[in-house]
Design a protein around this ligand. Structure first.
Ligand code: NZQ
Ligand code: ZN
Length: 396
């Protein structure tokens, strides 16, 4: 096990009805002038936005709504939000929505706390981020885990680039996790969320540290719970028991609990972000579309033992031979993605015919223009990235 620091200060308020505690939590964390960030239409249509703003008004909290965060949230929209937050004199940013809304709120908080700096400079690593405004969350979709994560992902649509920023300043001060709020989700979004939750743990589980008993056991338990309850919420998003399990796993999967003491890999996420930037596909779909090709690239020879452990402990594979067990585990995982309606190849993303030149452009994007490798389980250079995209493009 490697050494680690673990600091997850977010107050989690969990369970049906917990949305009613939002105004009290805003006040607890010093919010008196609040920018309420939301997405397209879902929070307005469901009545949630109205209930939250009514709570704020009843508590004497000044607020301004700021809607329009879209999936794969845009840098330009976050910049607009910074201007709104500064005009309001906001002292807390409240996100009502999913990962795209939360990440927009985080970006606005960073920009508003540092008015002289363009917020993208923090994402590009040109400026260190040393202060921010508090962010609170009312979660409406279990998926990204942004409600407790140290990450925020934005897309610069003009440059065609999707980037994450990792810092403890990205941790929200509170997160309201009310599983009933997810009952209005369309089936495909639920499936994308389940996939992302699995992948936040898989992208940590496949790493080179092998003497990490507690974390590996936690990861395997979480994966099993999500595999069991995922199909139930895809079938019926109003299944409160199953949605509770999925929502809690969503937060635990990406607050780093399932990666402590390991070496974070996250190669599949990096491969997926290039797809998200180029084709604006749903994040979960960008991951399932490349997972098999990634697994087959990295499992070979030295990777079999880890994949065999995954197959036996998560998928109950009984095969004694490691290479055979590894293959069976990969097949079972891919079959699961298929069973919940997720794409398992690039053609299934339905973004048109993709030729080899596109594969090379994706690899260039993913390698930040030939300047980085990805992954720790197996380090992948640009040529390996291109191989994975090509393999994913040939799979059906
Ligand atoms: O925009 P509205 O109308 O609200 O609709 C949303 C959106 O179309 C809809 N939705 C959300 N809650 C709903 C609902 N529809 C009906 N009922 C509800 N209760 O769902 C759609 C997807 O929402 P989005 O916020 O985009 O989903 P998700 O939570 O999956 O977030 C995806 C974004 O988060 C990033 C992804 O890259 C992507 O940009 N990620 C952020 C991470 C982080 N900050 O830690 C980690 C992740 O790996 C991920 O990269
Ligand atoms: Zn993700």
């Amino acid at each position: 096990m490697e050494s680690f620091n673990y600091h997850v200060p977010t107050e989690v308020c969990f369970g049906p009805g917990s949305e009613n505690q939002t105004a009290a939590l805003v006040q607890k964390y010093g919010g008196s002038r609040v920018l309420v960030v939301y997405g397209g239409q879902s929070a307005r249509k469901s009545g949630l936005l109205g209930r939250i703003t009514q709570q704020l008004a009843d508590a004497g909290i000044t607020y301004a709504p700021f809607g329009g965060a879209q999936p794969n949230p845009r840098l330009s929209h976050a910049r607009e939000g910074v201007a709104q937050a500064l005009a309001l004199g906001a002292d807390l940013i409240l996100a009502v929505g999913g990962g795209s809304v939360i990440d927009t709120a985080k970006a606005i908080a960073h920009g508003a706390a540092n008015p002289g700096t363009d917020l993208w400079d923090f994402w590009l690593g040109k400026r260190p981020l040393t202060k921010t405004l508090p962010v609170g969350v009312v979660l409406t979709i279990p998926a990204a885990g942004s409600e407790t994560s140290d990450s925020a992902v934005l897309t610069d649509a003009d440059a065609g680039v999707k980037r994450g920023l990792n810092t403890d300043l990205n941790r929200p001060v509170f997160a309201v996790l009310d599983p009933v709020l997810a009952a209005t989700l369309p089936r495909y979004q639920v499936a994308c969320g389940v996939t992302d939750i699995l992948m936040h743990t898989l992208d940590r589980y496949f790493n080179p540290v092998t003497d990490n008993e507690t974390t590996d056991a936690l990861a395997e338990a979480l994966l099993r719970v999500v595999l069991r309850n995922g199909p139930l919420v895809v079938e019926n998003a109003a299944n409160t028991h199953a949605m509770s399990e999925i929502m809690w796993c969503g937060s635990l999967s990406h607050n780093n609990l399932t990666g402590l003491g390991g070496k974070k890999d996250f190669a599949v996420h990096q491969l997926g972000h290039a797809l998200g930037a180029m084709f604006d596909v749903a994040h979960g779909a960008s991951l399932s579309a490349v997972w098999r090709a990634w697994a087959e690239e990295v499992a070979g020879v030295d990777g079999y033992a880890r994949f065999a452990r995954f197959a036996r402990n998560v998928w109950d594979v009984t095969e004694a031979d490691d290479a055979q067990a590894a293959r069976q585990g990969i097949e079972k995982q891919v079959a699961f993605f298929r069973s919940i309606g997720m794409p398992v190849s690039l053609p299934e993303l339905n973004v048109g015919d993709l030729d080899d030149a596109v594969m090379d452009r994706l690899a260039a994007l993913c390698s930040y223009n030939h300047s980085r490798t990805i992954g720790t389980f197996k380090s992948l250079d640009e040529a390996a990235m291109a191989r994975i995209y090509r393999a994913a493009n040939g799979l059906r």
